[in-house]
Design a protein around this ligand. Structure first.
Ligand SMILES: Cc1cc2nc3c(=O)[nH]c(=O)nc-3n(C[C@H](O)[C@H](O)[C@H](O)COP(=O)(O)OP(=O)(O)OC[C@H]3O[C@@H](n4cnc5c(N)ncnc54)[C@H](O)[C@@H]3O)c2cc1C
Length: 488
């Protein structure tokens, strides 16, 4: 049984940003998530763009919050040591029809108060991006669109929130919401009852289910799947900007970008589904990604893909951002419709939500001992020789490389496990320090990561999960090394 002031359902980009914002105040906050880790569903499987908001629907809450976040993000990434690069974006038109759409997109950027979008000539585009289709007729340059590590974006905020007193309850599914006398009283979960005054619904794809539990459901959420390729860092065709296609009324289309870690990402598709658990990738849709991306960058080599993945956008019907306190149930705050820009708007959403709580009379005194900063795990791969030597001198495990593809050391893996809201699974390690993200996708380092997790968490290797509870990586021991057990 737990007692708190505010329960946030969902530890994705939105829930975690709200948690961090609330951690600036003297209030008890508990974040619950059914997953094994913070990072969310959509928040860990997207295009990783912090967009300026140039192409948001104008005059909407989404557009306003995107703009608000752009003013805060550079400060946040400095404070929390999050990998972030303002690489800028190019939108090339390669047909006459596309070229004719540029003025409309330019005007829309202006309506969204993104005034630094500029027209660029074919010559300028090819100077900036020599691999763009030489048939390009002209395009737009969006200088402030940026790429981020979306997982560390969430982890860093979670660590900082935890350091300021927020509690995280993972592997904990919300199953009901108790109300009495017109207000929130409890949240029922698979890990027991939580007594609380407020519930903030940041459950993404499942926010309609949580709304239903609170008697607040007047919408549905359907998944819109996006599939991607990630190319090897050594692929010969390089790009240095985000390259957007010209959008159609149905979709923003498939883009290419240089990820923050030096890979190239291609995608996503936009497939409307009914099944919220469909995380499959399909050859047919990925062929479409390859085809569309080659129209923009003909030499791109999808045969250099190291992996494919997909994410499910929480597509609200009716569409649009909806953030508000319930009028009939005091203490319920619903967030829905954060479909395609949740990474780019989450900081804005967090400010908006906290302001809304304050306006409604919530007691939120400022915390004078609030810790504003957090340091990332020192990254051996990116360090210069002098720093590498210093790291190894301080901790010899910086000399033991576990993941060869990404040059990740045992010291980094240990820190990922032992930090606040630390990694407890193989994917948790992968997302924090990139062990298993490289060319062999964990084929080599996977067994060692499992052994380290088992040793540090004091559990048998058979109980180490890939991600969710029960997603074991090991069936049993073949020769029973060191345990006295036989093989199966
Ligand atoms: C293909 C694709 C590309 C995208 N590209 C971009 C981009 O480039 N830039 C950008 O800004 N945005 C992008 N987005 C959108 C962005 O990823 C989402 O808007 C954002 O991640 C939503 O965050 P969230 O925290 O609301 O949801 P989520 O990340 O889905 O988190 C919700 C959390 O709630 C938890 N939860 C659900 N139900 C329960 C329950 N009953 N009990 C407990 N926990 C529960 C889930 O486990 C999950 O962890 C993209 C999305 C996709 C899919």
């Amino acid at each position: 049984m737990y007692h708190t002031d505010i329960v946030i359902v969902g530890a994705g980009a939105v829930g975690t940003a709200i948690a961090r914002e609330l951690s600036k105040y003297e209030v008890k906050v508990l974040v619950v998530d059914k997953r094994d880790d913070v990072g969310g569903d959509a928040s860990k499987s997207n295009s990783s763009i912090i967009c300026s908001g140039f192409d948001c629907p104008p005059d909407t809450l989404e557009s306003m919050l995107c703009l608000a976040q752009r003013s805060m993000i550079e400060q946040l990434v400095k404070e929390l040591d999050i990998p972030f690069r303002v690489c800028g974006a190019i939108m090339p038109a390669v047909t006459k029809e596309q070229y004719d759409l540029l003025p409309g997109i330019y005007r829309e950027a202006y309506r969204n108060h993104v005034y630094d979008v500029e027209y660029v000539s074919p010559k300028q585009i090819l100077e900036m991006e020599p691999e763009v289709n030489p048939d390009v007729l002209g395009g737009l340059y969006i200088p402030r669109d940026a790429v981020i590590d979306p997982f560390l974006f969430v982890v860093a905020q979670a660590e900082n929130a935890a350091c300021n007193g927020v509690e995280f309850l993972l592997n904990c599914q919300v199953t009901g919401i108790g109300r009495g006398n017109g207000k929130i009283e409890t949240v029922e979960t698979t890990r027991g009852t939580i007594y609380t005054k407020y519930v903030i619904n940041a459950a993404g794809l499942f926010c309609d289910d949580i709304a239903e539990m609170a008697g607040e459901r007047d919408f549905v959420v359907k998944p819109r799947k996006g599939q991607f390729f990630i190319l090897d860092k050594n692929t010969p065709c390089k790009i240095s900007h985000i390259i957007y296609p010209i959008p159609t009324p149905e979709t923003r289309g498939k883009l290419l970008l240089p990820t923050i870690h030096g890979n190239i990402l291609l995608g996503p598709t936009a497939e409307d589904l009914d099944d919220k658990e469909d995380h499959s990738v399909t050859a047919q849709e990925l062929e479409g990604v390859a085809r569309d991306c080659r129209r923009l960058v003909p030499n791109i080599r999808v045969q250099d893909a190291v992996t494919q993945y997909c994410g499910l956008r929480p597509n609200r019907i009716p569409a649009g951002f909806h953030i508000g306190l319930s009028e009939q149930t005091k203490g319920y705050l619903g967030i829905s419709g954060v479909r395609s820009t949740g990474i780019s708007t989450s900081l804005g959403i967090a400010k908006y939500v906290v302001n809304m709580l304050q306006e409604a009379g919530a007691n939120l005194p400022f915390k004078f001992d609030y810790v504003r900063t957090r340091k990332g795990i020192p990254c051996f791969r990116e360090a210069d020789m002098k720093t590498r030597m210093a790291l190894q001198k301080e901790n010899p495990l910086y000399g033991k490389v576990i993941c060869r593809c990404e040059t990740v050391t045992e010291a980094e893996i240990l820190e990922a496990i032992h930090r606040p809201v630390g990694a407890t699974t193989v994917d948790g390690i992968k997302r924090r320090v990139r062990a298993g993200m490289g060319r062999c996708q964990g084929g080599f380092c996977g067994p060692q990561v499992i052994e380290i997790l088992a040793r540090e968490l004091h559990i048998p290797v058979e109980e180490v999960n890939k991600n969710l509870e029960g997603s074991y990586m090991v069936e049993g021991l073949l020769r029973g090394a060191g345990t006295g057990k036989g093989g199966r």
